[in-house]
Each structure stands twice: as C-alpha cells, then as structure tokens.
Design a protein around this ligand. Structure first.
Ligand code: AKG
Ligand code: FE2
Length: 225
C-alpha cells in the first residue's frame, strides 16, 4: 500500500489534479449558487435549479434517443451498471450551450471535459458502488493516459423526480442524495493533494418506483481527446 501511495503521489497528473482541485474549489466556494455539502473528506457541492424544467424535458428526450443498455456497451468501466446510457451529440447546439454552462460553473476549459453521457434507469436498475476515476492498475489506464489522464471532477445533473429510490449515495461519507429535477451535483474524485479519494465511492441506488434520468460529465487532468 505504501508503495502504491508513493507511486500515485509521484504520478505526473498529481500536480495538475491538485491545481485543478484548488481552482474549482475556489470558484465554487465563491459562487452563491453552489452549496458545499457538509461532509469532511470529500469535496461535494450542489446547485439547485441548474437546468430549467424545459431543459430537463428536452434532455430526457435526448437521453431516450441515445441510451442503450450500459452492460451491452462492452465498456470495461461499466461493471455494475444496469441502466441504459449513451453519449449525447457534443455538436448539437443545445448540448454545446449546456456544456459551456457547466464548464463555466467549474472553471474548466471545454476540452478537459468528456462528452456528456446520458443515463436512464427503470425500476430495479442501478449503478452499483464505484469510483469515477480510473484505477491505474487497470489495463485501460495506459490508453487513458494518452487521452487526458485521470478523471478529476464529476458533474451530474438530475433531469426528473423519481417516485421512489434512485438516490445517489456516497456510503463512506454517509451521504444519500435524492434526485431533484434540474439540480447539479459536483464532486472532486481526488483529494486536495491530487491523489484519488477513496471516500468518493458512490452508487446510483436502485429505482423502486418511476424512472430516473441523469446526465454525467467527467473532467480530466489534461485536455481530453
Ligand atoms: O445515477 C447516479 O445517481 C450516479 C451516476 C454515476 O455515478 C455516474 O454516472 O458516474
Ligand atoms: Fe459515478
């Protein structure tokens, strides 16, 4: 363990991730619309009403258009995800406008963000506990190193209210966040020192009644391509 800690502290992305953490934190702390959730050991913020009802409705229909079963995607990161998901069209002017708003809220250059992903969960579907950041011992890590490196912050938007279930839980910091339409949840997957935060483990809990729609945008340590 000690040698792995040492390895990650010396990783070339670590200094960039530390600076990104500082910059985004300062920006969100200065933004009256962003509320820092009162937990230690995880930097996590909420912004209520980030998307309007009309934007949420339009986004839900976009998610319906692009979503396919997550598990049949063959995506190696997706173990534990039983929802439907898909990338939205990054060139769509409506999506570009929304992406700019998220980039601006966090203070990221647009090319640091991956394409927004849409997800739809039906009754019983979930995203089991996982980390958004990459595990450097994973076989895909070498590839990801060349296309932007480690994931830093996650921005996730709820596009509707769920009748029951579907909360986003961070079990290691005792947080359970119920979907609120139009709200954006933002967290740092790294610690302030720029190394992965084990407390960032989270899950989309099973939907019990209704359907859950979300958007997720992951930001990297470097420009993503
Ligand atoms: O649906 C949720 O509440 C969590 C989604 C999530 O963890 C992700 O998209 O990475
Ligand atoms: Fe996640």
């Amino acid at each position: 363990m000690a040698s792995r800690e040492r390895l990650s502290a010396h990783h070339p992305d670590t200094a960039a991730l530390r600076r990104i953490g500082e910059r985004v934190r300062a920006r969100l702390d200065a933004d009256p619309a962003a509320y820092r959730l009162p937990v230690e050991e995880l930097e996590i913020y909420g912004v209520a009403g980030f998307f309007s009802d009309e934007e949420c409705a339009r986004l839900r229909s976009i998610v319906d258009d692009v979503a396919v079963p997550s598990l049949s995607y063959g995506n190696v990161y997706d173990n534990g995800r039983t929802s439907y998901s898909g990338d939205v069209d990054p060139l769509d002017p409506f999506i570009r406008m929304l992406q700019r708003r998220i980039d601006d809220l966090l203070g990221f250059e647009p090319d640091f963000g991956e394409t927004i992903q849409g997800q739809r969960y039906s009754v019983g579907q979930e995203f089991r506990p996982h980390y958004d950041h990459f595990n450097p011992s994973h076989k895909m890590w070498a590839d990801e190193q060349t296309r932007g490196g480690q994931r830093s912050w996650t921005a996730m938007a709820y596009l509707n209210a769920v009748d029951e279930g579907g909360s986003t839980d961070f079990p290691l910091v005792n947080l359970s966040i119920p979907p609120q339409p139009g709200a954006l949840l933002i967290w740092n997957n790294m610690k302030p020192d720029g190394t992965p935060n084990s407390k960032a483990l989270h899950a989309g809990t099973p939907v019990i009644r209704g359907t859950k729609y979300v958007l997720t945008k992951w930001y990297r340590a470097r420009a993503w391509h």
